[in-house]
Write a protein that binds this ligand. Structure first.
Ligand code: KG4
Length: 346
């Protein structure tokens, strides 16, 4: 029998370049430790082999710190939840192997988590026992990260359906690739966001994708941005330096316009007014403003996650583990990570 009275979940996240461990007790956050990896900065993107090595170095101290900060003892932990995928296989292997070993040594259940589902359920992490700010079902979640751009109908904690998604690049990838074209370091999304604040969003126009239904596409936009910069540099080698803020504001404005158009359409088609946003790009200040504006206009009830829960973190893995624990959804020691995993196949 699971103890349903006091459920303490240790969550582990290692899908990309952040090693994270968190403790959630009865849905309330107790700790959320994240160790980033500066080693990738010099390469303009995440180097998978370096990421797995850094995870190996970080995982034990990060878990140790998460347990200490939560002020719990190891034998209070009810189960360990880990990211099974999607992500970089070598990175996932580190978290998966650690979780298996921990479960075996502690005699507790092992829970596998879909990272994307974790991003969505980050909205249910309670800051304290009286926190009642969670979304009501059903709600729509715009999940925008470095690897995904999806619109999801969330009917229950573990009942989700993707109704629209990118057919090529993700929104975060578009931010990062455009940033690279103008010489900004990886990850470029937050830098574009910062520079855009000083620029004119209408200064330059980029062609917007015309994709049917609720799906997204960002690869054409990225290519048109590349040609735009290349052509302008031919005439003026200082074009980027002289117009950096306007370039950033304009490309950010276009990406947000594309994201919002399909979200508005999804809300209209489904009649759902409870709207949430998740994933790294949800930290973008322009996107947050656009969402607020639409929410006022369309009477949406908007849910924007706390900054710490937008990028990769183990708190979202632990909260998903909390709901799976209550359903007894455990896996055996033969579980293997998956580089590719979608929401609908759960
Ligand atoms: O969710 P996340 O941390 O990792 C994935 O699972 O992909 O998302 C990372 C992505 C990167 O592409 C990064 O550039 C983008 O989120 N990002 C932003 C901002 N902060 C992070 N993009 C635009 N504006 C931001 N403020």
């Amino acid at each position: 029998m699971n103890n349903q009275e006091n459920i303490v979940i240790l969550g582990i996240e290692s899908s990309c370049d952040d090693t994270s461990a968190a403790v959630i007790q009865n849905g309330v956050i107790r700790s959320n430790e994240v160790a980033g990896q500066a080693v990738h900065k010099a390469y303009g993107g995440v180097v998978p082999e370096l990421a797995s090595r850094a995870h190996q170095q970080n995982i034990i101290p990060v878990v140790d710190q998460a347990i200490k900060k939560a002020q719990i003892s190891r034998d209070e932990i009810s189960a360990i939840a880990f990211t099974r995928g999607p992500g970089l296989l070598g990175s996932l292997l580190v978290g998966t192997s650690f979780a298996k070993g921990f479960a075996l040594a502690s005699g507790i259940p092992l829970i596998e988590i879909n990272h994307l589902q974790g991003h969505v359920l980050a909205h249910f992490i309670k800051e304290n026992e009286n926190d009642e700010s969670q979304p009501q079902f059903p709600f729509l979640c715009l999940l925008v990260s470095g690897g995904n751009s999806q619109i999801i109908i969330v009917r229950d904690y573990l009942d989700m359906e993707v109704i629209g998604q990118t057919i090529d690049d993700a929104a975060g990838e578009a931010f990062d690739k455009c940033a690279k074209v103008i010489g900004l370091p990886y990850p470029g999304g937050p830098l574009i966001d910062k520079l855009a604040k000083e620029g004119n969003p209408e200064a330059f126009k980029f062609s917007e994708p015309k994709i049917p239904g609720l799906d997204y596409s960002f690869s054409g936009l990225k290519t048109s941005f590349l040609y735009f910069i290349r052509d302008n540099i031919k005439d003026n080698p200082d074009f980027v330096e002289e117009n950096k803020s306007d370039i950033c504001a304009s490309i950010q404005h276009t990406i947000i316009k594309v994201l919002m158009a399909k979200l508005k359409r999804a809300a209209k088609e489904t009649g759902i007014k409870e709207i949430a946003v998740a994933g790294g790009v949800s930290a973008n200040s322009g996107l947050r403003e656009a969402l607020q504006e639409e929410a006022e206009k369309r009477e949406w009830k908007l849910h924007i996650p706390k900054f710490d829960y937008t990028t990769d973190n183990a708190a979202m893995i632990a909260i998903t583990g909390y709901y799976k624990y209550q359903k007894g959804e455990f896996v055996g020691q033969d579980v293997a990570p998956f580089a590719r995993m979608v929401i609908n196949n759960d």
